[in-house]
Design a binder for this molecule. Structure first.
Ligand SMILES: *Cc1c(COP(=O)(O)O)cnc(C)c1O
Length: 402
């Protein structure tokens, strides 16, 4: 399994996504017939000769070299992600946020400018405010619906445009190809957080993206038990990101790479079920008096729905609802403290359903958040739809005291 050449993870033409998630990142013949790749634990890698030491030191990203640069288990995960995303190569990171940080750091220096989408995952914003600002990088937040008009926000020193489509709390879908064109017109790099759609439902490199991020913690792992991220790049940008990620040092352990790869084998069937259940739940919510709006990219009134329709192959299990008013904490607690199947907790992408109240007004700056009701984010897990509806129905009754 050790990657000894610079051969990129070229997708085999013609396979559908359900086959791809089975075939990618494993080679039973090279694994003694074993179906899954072995878990290699390593820091030190022994070189047989001085010639080998010098050769591998000169080319640390091609084959085993030192544990921080990955083991064959890491490479198996990276090859699978690259193949699914349709990029040149992938880089495994210790978390989704580590993947975001390494990607930004690879292209930004003191005095540079970053365009960050206003609907970004809020720890991504904190990365800009806490890390990048301290290093002299200025961030401008842009309206997720800016599209081609984003060109007016570019400055000579703008090096990166970062998108997250849809936003993982408020679900605006971005015109990624138009934003990528604007970025490329000025020589900036286009980074996309593709965690919501996964490569199965959005192919980043076919839409102009240079760098695609997966919070693998979510759907790729799929079982809420591993923190991991992945960065996939074009050939042009691979080296810059690879060097930065290895230098920052936030790498995943081999057991986590193994679990992520194992999770990916069922990604296609899991996503299909997440999608169906979320659509049914959202339709059910839309009929309720307590719900004023549904924020789900597949719904016609979702901001940017036309881009979802044009660019995506499906929708995953995460969406939000806006309630008919701002409910006081006591009412929300009556609902949320007693849910049985919808568990309250951060993250998403696992097998279980999750529920979370959130207030976008606390962090948005470029595009005012004017919803007149409490926002509740739901993650549709893999449970039976009827059971989830019962849980929600009882919860809404507790919310309104009816
Ligand atoms: C969770 C999440 C991340 C960060 O992933 P971690 O593995 O938790 O660091 C990044 N982007 C989005 C959209 C997320 O939901």
């Amino acid at each position: 399994m050790a990657r000894e050449t610079k051969k990129p993870a070229t997708p085999k033409a013609g396979y559908g996504p359900a086959t791809e998630v089975i075939e990618a990142g494993r080679d039973p013949k090279a694994q003694g017939g074993m179906v899954n790749p072995p878990v290699y634990h390593a820091s030190t890698v022994i070189f047989e000769t001085l010639e080998e030491l010098e050769r591998k030191t000169a080319s640390p990203f091609d084959g085993v070299y030192y544990g921080r640069f990955g083991t064959p288990t890491t490479f198996a995960f990276e090859d699978a992600v690259a193949r699914l995303e349709g990029g040149y190569r992938s880089i495994a990171c210790a978390s989704g946020l580590a993947a975001i940080g390494a990607s930004l750091m690879a292209f930004l220096d003191a005095g540079d400018h970053l365009l960050m989408v206003d609907s970004a995952y809020s720890p991504t914003r904190k990365y800009c405010e806490i890390v990048l600002k301290g290093f002299g990088v200025e961030t401008t937040y842009y309206d997720p619906l800016a599209g081609a008009e984003i060109k007016h926000l570019f400055r000579p020193e703008t090096k990166v445009v970062f998108a997250e489509s849809p936003g993982s709390l408020t679900f605006e879908v971005q015109d990624v190809p138009a934003i990528a064109t604007a970025a490329h017109d000025t020589g900036a790099v286009m980074i996309l957080d593709n965690s919501w759609a996964t490569p199965l439902y959005f192919q980043p490199f076919a839409h102009g993206v240079d760098i695609s991020i997966q919070a693998a913690t979510k759907y790729l792992v799929g079982h809420s038990d591993v923190m991991m991220g992945a960065i996939t790049t074009t050939e042009e940008h691979f080296r810059a990101v690879r060097v930065m990620a290895a230098t920052l040092g936030a790498v995943p352990g081999p057991d986590d790479c193994y679990l992520a790869l194992r999770g990916m084998r069922t990604l296609d069937v899991r996503l299909e079920r997440h999608q169906q259940t979320a659509l049914e739940l959202a339709k059910w919510c839309a009929r309720r008096d307590e719900v004023a709006a549904i924020l789900h990219p597949a719904f016609a009134d979702c901001p940017g729905h036309e881009f979802w329709q044009r660019d995506f192959k499906g929708s995953s299990g995460l969406f939000s609802v806006i309630l008919d008013r701002h409910y006081p904490k006591q009412a929300l607690a009556a609902m949320l403290d007693h849910m049985t199947l919808f568990k309250m907790g951060y993250s998403w992408g696992g097998f279980e359903s999750l529920i979370l109240p959130a207030d976008p007004t606390t962090f948005r700056t470029a595009s005012a958040w004017q919803a007149q009701g409490t926002l509740i984010r739901l993650h549709a897990g893999l449970e039976d739809l009827a059971d989830l509806i019962c849980d929600l129905e009882a919860g809404l009754a507790r919310l309104t005291g009816k």
